[in-house]
Design a protein around this ligand. Structure first.
Ligand code: ADP
Ligand code: MG
Length: 532
């Protein structure tokens, strides 16, 4: 057993009893010791510090942090990003007189008008009305203009000043509402200022954005480059499918922002020595997905390797349990929600059609061949990789339309090429699995067909959201049948709030579900009563 970690109750415990990795360790029960690094069950005591530790991995992190904090000189670590508190003003009409801070009443009124809700930190700055009212570098303001952003969207109005004030945030706003800019604008601004002052020669990683898919990472990095053009602000993309050597080289050359998927990042970090202590901002885009089983362990592993960064978390769908989990990522988390949370984008007209599974293919072909209903370019969402391949071939054979599939098994090169040719209009139909479901900005797409209903309403909300960006109108056609029974109540709710018609079969079926639920509950309470 490695001598530096001692099992709490048994100093002679066999070697394989000591947990190697943080994720091998279980969560701590209420009265149990917690690991000082990750908060899991603190099964061991570190013999050098007497701290509770869950594994060799967290012990390593603890000791390396200690060693760094003892270093007398060397690189500034970690860099303290400045908080910008001068970003919330109203100007008098002539635009020349003194700027005045908004009063509390004005702030509340403005938030009410913009449908913004802020929970948590009372010191959260008021919304901004223009990008220029924040102390952003002039070059960044120019880039924002070049990107075509005339004024901030509601989520940007509130999230940008709060992020600039160095608050950790959990932000929900509907799909296509400009969440990417809400974190990238503060990141570019902060990084450019720090680089100018501290790292004029070689940039250090100051911010990291994690997203669930390679496509989304590519898009976020592209947008970061547009906003950071001409500023001391370099980016690196760390996703699977591209060669790791190139990604490593780029980081070693000096970058400020790393955008990546958790899996590849961990791969890179475990194989190579990369300094992450300087990272002061961590973004979890599509946070509900990132904190779900599967991704969560990886995200936490990366998080624990950082030095308590400001955490910015975004999604269109944030369930209560994610809100709870997110609140443990930083000392204080400000919760911002804009518009109706967890509901499909209001600009997308939904049309639910009741179709038996056997008839779904024919129904799809009918839609694609109907002048009235077919509105290319179209994304068809399906549930499996094989299904995507088979269906795209069947579309081409039966309708003559060029259709391609995109999913996680295709190479990165193919996936990039398919997205490109779809966006420039060379292919009118793409059949996709969840890889295109979240976050991707498919500007020209106005029609989504949900061929296989996903496993949760959350994913449905994201898929429907692909049909509209920035409030432009789009349509989403969704096929439903008895197999999706589990989602009926939530689906009916989602359709109702958007004013969409509910197919008769769906309405009847969800009433019968509700009656069954009621009967089950009633019989359970009668049983309980009889037993008591
Ligand atoms: P979300 O992450 O909320 O789903 P995105 O950040 O992908 O949405 O933004 C959707 C689209 O809106 C993108 O094409 C983006 O360039 C554009 N956009 C973002 N902010 C603005 C703005 N302030 N003005 C105009 N367009 C914007
Ligand atoms: Mg997004």
């Amino acid at each position: 057993m490695e001598s530096s970690v001692v099992a709490e109750n048994d100093t002679n415990a066999p070697e394989d009893d000591v947990k190697e990795r943080c994720w091998d360790q279980r969560e701590a029960l209420p009265d149990e010791p917690r690991c000082v690094i990750c908060g899991r069950y603190g099964e061991y005591i570190c013999d050098e510090t007497d701290d509770d530790i869950c594994s060799l991995e967290c012990k390593g992190i603890l000791l390396s942090r200690l060693a760094k904090s003892r270093q007398p000189t060397g690189r500034p670590c970690p860099v303290k990003l400045p908080a910008t508190d001068e970003c919330y003003y109203v100007r008098d009409n002539d635009n020349k007189s003194e700027v005045k801070p908004l009063t509390t009443d004005q702030t509340e009124l403005m938030r009410r008008k913009l449908d913004i809700l802020v929970k948590g930190d009372k010191t959260t700055p008021p919304p901004i009305l223009s990008f220029a009212s924040c102390k952003l570098p002039q070059k960044l303001l120019d880039n924002i203009e070049v990107a075509g952003y005339e004024m901030p969207t509601p989520v940007q109005m509130q999230a940008i000043p709060a992020a600039l004030a160095r608050q950790s945030l959990l932000v929900s706003a509907e799909t296509g509402s400009g969440k990417t800019g809400s974190f990238l604008i503060p990141i570019v601004s902060q990084c450019a200022k720090v680089n100018e002052e501290h790292f004029p020669n070689q940039q250090m990683p100051l911010a990291m954005v994690l997203t669930p898919t390679r496509e989304l990472c590519i898009q976020v990095e592209d947008q970061a480059k547009v906003l950071g053009k001409g500023l001391p602000f370099k980016t690196a993309l760390v996703v699977g499918g591209d060669a790791m050597a190139g990604q490593l080289h780029r980081i070693q050359q000096g970058v400020s922002l790393i955008v990546g998927t958790p899996g590849r990042l961990i791969d890179l970090l475990t194989k190579h020595e990369i300094e992450l202590d300087t990272i002061s901002i961590l973004v979890l885009d599509e946070v509900d997905c990132m904190l779900q089983r599967g991704f969560r362990e990886q995200v936490m592993q990366i998080f624990t390797a950082l030095s308590q960064p400001q955490v910015l978390m975004f999604s269109a769908t944030i369930p209560k349990e994610v809100e709870k989990m997110a609140s443990t990522m930083a000392k204080k988390v400000t919760v911002i929600s804009v518009g109706k949370p967890n509901k499909p984008n209001q600009a997308v007209k939904q049309l639910a059609i009741w179709v038996d599974s056997k008839r779904k293919k024919q129904k799809l072909f009918d839609i694609l061949m109907s002048k009235q209903h077919y509105k290319p370019p179209v994304i068809v969402f399906v549930g499996s990789r094989l299904g995507a391949d088979l269906l795209s071939e069947a579309i081409t054979v039966s309708t003559g339309l060029k259709a391609l599939s995109i999913h996680g098994e295709k190479s990165m090169k193919d996936r990039r090429e398919i997205v490109r040719s779809f966006l420039v209009g060379e292919i009118p139909v793409v059949v996709a699995t969840g890889v295109l479901g979240r976050g991707i900005d498919l500007l020209t797409v106005r029609q989504v067909i949900v061929f296989d209903m996903p496993n949760s309403i959350k994913e449905y909300v994201h898929q429907v959201g692909r049909a509209s960006r920035m409030g432009e109108e789009g349509t989403a056609i969704v096929f439903v049948n008895e197999e999706n029974k589990k989602l009926f109540p939530e689906l009916v709710e989602a359709l109702k709030t958007s004013g969409a018609a509910i197919p008769r079969e769906l309405a009847n079926s969800s009433i019968s579900c509700a009656i069954q639920d009621f009967e089950r509950l009633a019989s359970e309470s009668i049983d309980a009563f009889a037993e008591s």
